[in-house]
Design a protein around this ligand. Sequence first.
Ligand code: GAR
Length: 216
Amino acid sequence: MNRRLGVLISGRGSNLQALIDAIRDGRLDATIAVVISNREDAQGLERARAAGIEALTISHRGWPSRDDHDRAIARKLRAREVGLVCLAGYMRLVAAPLLEAFPNAILNIHPSLLPAFPGVDAQRQAIEHGVRVSGVTVHFVTSELDNGPIVLQRAVPVLEGDTAETLAARILVEEHKAYPEAVGIVLAGGWRIEGRRFVRSATAASASPSPLPAGS
Ligand code: GAR
């Protein structure tokens, strides 16, 4: 598989940083070809530039439609020969032009055990629901919000006295391990999508086994 990544962000960019660090440390065999933000003030743009990676803003404002914005993003990604798109805190729905330009080649990281708590404020949703375990999911992006085939999940306990903020911080630690690992699994190949399942061949799975949940 083409190991050139395009990373889409909207803000802080700590998951982008986790990918940058994993590549730098030799834990992930990939290249980040470009980082694109829909917000000019995203801190992640600075992280990219500090790592010598091209960083662009393509604002979602001022386009006639969502499709036009996504078409512009797809054009930039293709021009840089990106093979896998990683959403890392990209707070926009992905529209058809981008999905069609990268079929089964867009990943997202979400701070809950999907299908529980899709959408925004997943950690607050988990606290308010009273679940005892939450976590992180890396999944393929489809036209439905936070609903594509799941590549990898890690569980994170919800502790007595947790707030949305303390839970988010504990989940974030696992996100930073999970995203490079999931990207590595996808780039290694030997998988297929069956219905809504991500299925790895026996050889691919034994070469890099999926991680056990935290604490096991
Ligand atoms: C992360 O917790 C990520 O899982 C979440 O936004 C945060 C971005 O942090 N994404 C979503 O909620 C997507 N629905 P970061 O900018 O520091 O990587």
